[in-house]
Design a protein around this ligand. Structure first.
Ligand SMILES: NC(=O)c1ccc[n+]([C@@H]2O[C@H](COP(=O)([O-])OP(=O)(O)OC[C@H]3O[C@@H](n4cnc5c(N)ncnc54)[C@H](O)[C@@H]3O)[C@@H](O)[C@H]2O)c1
Length: 96
């Protein structure tokens, strides 16, 4: 698959990003939305982390935001089961 075909493949795909309101997640989300992906951001807005709605201001109306904790198993089922996921926050990173 060449680069152009790879970028086209993301169009209209649903992508789940955990930790999506943080530094990396929000920048990735902006790039994916520009490529036409339907992005779901899952974030618990932990006080000791960098999550902020301001980070996604340019795409605020074009993403779905799920304010929940990745440690809650049900929170991960918002996307379809085949939905690709980028895990920037994982249960292993968030011990109780
Ligand atoms: N920024 C960097 O240069 C860099 C470099 C190497 C590795 N990393 C790693 O990449 C990951 C993301 O980095 P970042 O800079 O975007 O961090 P960040 O703090 O800006 O974003 C992390 C996001 O994850 C969310 N989060 C944390 N625990 C969560 C949980 N249990 N459920 C849901 N959301 C949760 C936070 O609220 C925050 O919005 C981190 O694990 C970090 O250690 C970052």
């Amino acid at each position: 698959m060449n680069e152009r075909a790879g970028l086209e493949a993301i169009r209209d795909r649903e992508v789940l990003i955990t930790g999506g309101l943080g530094f990396i997640g929000s920048n990735l989300a902006i790039a994916l939305v520009e490529l036409g992906a339907r992005v779901i951001l899952l974030d618990s807005m932990r006080e000791d982390h960098g999550g902020n709605l301001f980070n996604v201001e340019p795409i605020r109306d074009r993403v779905t935001i799920n304010f929940s904790d990745v440690r809650d198993e049900s929170s991960l089922f918002l996307g379809r089961s085949t939905c690709p996921a980028v895990l920037l926050a994982s249960p292993a990173d968030s011990p109780r």
